[in-house]
Design a protein around this ligand. Structure first.
Ligand SMILES: *Cc1c(COP(=O)(O)O)cnc(C)c1O
Length: 369
């Protein structure tokens, strides 16, 4: 008897129909496929300047310790984060990327029968972690590509256990006003855990003029997630964190693996927090690049969604996949967003000045042929 398809029917029901997350195309893959060498990747919202010098030095210094297990409690990094945000160390949860925190919260709080609310066009990981644990996804329609907090609140009922909000949102780059978000939290029943995903918060700067961390004091059901993958340039190491009440952190801590953060990531992240100069260079590079790329869109007569992140969603007003593929043939990897129900849009990560110019040149050529 050899029925290998039968094994699918043995998986838990959410997993049977699960379609895994599609990451941005890796540079090496395009190299293999097309034999190109000069490839630029503006597809995964990575930092075009790379990691900072302090993170690299910390990695170098930690190499000798690789035979040892990492600190399972991540003391140094938790301490640095708690100092930075004036929180207690017990309020910090470390994750193998902030993605892991999203998964931990789903595993710790959801069962089949419970509901999870997130917005149309919100980050694709929310439906995945919901489905994997067999909970029910409730999608609130977007408002101008962003979250409609009223529509989300209207969908809260006795079965709602979790709400995901990405601010700024990926892939749209939209930003919620601080006071609107605060009012939303106040209106939310405390039987509902609210995840505020701030993977791009460093890029927002003064535009948001507000500090979500101050809300933790009044909302034991709030979990703020942040990451070293984007502004800090450490996506390859996989390190992110959650900030919450000590109680919520304690719950997440019960379901995580004992050594979920690797030794190099812990050392690099703590060092990266002290590298103010690299962060400033990153933010300056991003705002100049955003200016250049949106100017280029304007010259091509294209519309885009105003973005608070390190990427921008452009509306091509025609199917985006052929344009995406034509850009690939020119060695430029961007991100198609058909999985988000945005078949005419592409998401472009802001690159270095050279990458931005090469992208605009390639796009201009592709759009005119
Ligand atoms: C990139 C991203 C993350 C998580 O990235 P990690 O590398 O797992 O930290 C989380 N949320 C959003 C909205 C993102 O775009």
């Amino acid at each position: 008897m050899n029925n290998s398809d039968n094994i699918y029917s043995l998986a838990v029901s959410g997993v049977q129909k699960l379609v895994p997350y599609t990451p941005g195309k890796p540079i090496a893959e395009l190299e293999r496929e097309l034999g190109l060498t000069q490839i630029i990747k503006l597809a995964s919202n990575e930092n075009p300047l790379g990691p900072g010098g302090k993170a690299l030095a910390a990695i170098q210094a930690s190499l000798a310790d690789l035979a040892l297990y990492p600190d399972g409690n991540g003391f140094d990094l938790k301490f640095a984060l708690s100092e930075k945000y004036a929180l207690d160390m017990s309020q910090v949860t470390l994750g193998n990327g902030s993605n892991e925190i999203l998964e931990l919260v789903a595993r710790a709080f959801l069962t089949p029968g419970l509901e999870v609310i997130f917005s149309q066009y919100a980050f694709a990981v929310y439906p995945l972690v919901t489905q994997a644990v067999g909970a029910t996804a409730v999608v609130a329609p977007a408002l101008n590509y962003g979250h409609d907090l009223d529509a989300m609140l209207e969908r809260v009922n006795d079965k709602t256990r979790l709400i995901f909000i990405a601010n700024p949102n990926n892939p749209t780059g939209t930003l919620l006003a601080h006071d609107r978000l605060q009012a939303f939290l106040q209106a939310l029943p405390d039987t509902c855990v609210c995840v505020l995903d701030e993977a791009y918060c460093e890029f927002v700067g003064n535009k948001a003029a507000g500090d979500s961390i101050a809300w933790l004091k009044d909302h034991p059901n709030l979990l703020i997630t942040r990451t070293f993958s984007k502004a800090y340039g450490l996506a390859g190491l996989r390190i992110g964190y959650g900030l919450s009440s000590p109680q919520l952190a304690d719950i997440l801590n019960r379901v995580r693996q004992p050594f979920n953060n690797n030794l190099l990531a812990l050392a690099a992240a703590a060092a990266a927090l002290t590298d103010i100069e690299h962060l400033q260079n990153t933010l300056a590079c991003n705002s100049q690049g955003m200016q250049l790329i949106t100017e280029g869109f304007k010259n091509l007569g294209l519309e885009w969604v105003v973005s608070a992140g390190n990427f921008v969603l452009v509306d091509l007003k025609m199917p985006a996949l052929p344009i995406y593929e034509a850009l690939l043939r020119k060695g430029v990897i961007v991100r198609p967003v058909g999985v988000y129900d945005l078949p005419n849009h592409l998401r472009i990560t802001i690159g270095t000045p050279t990458e931005n110019r090469l992208f605009l040149q390639a796009l201009t050529e592709v759009m005119s042929s």
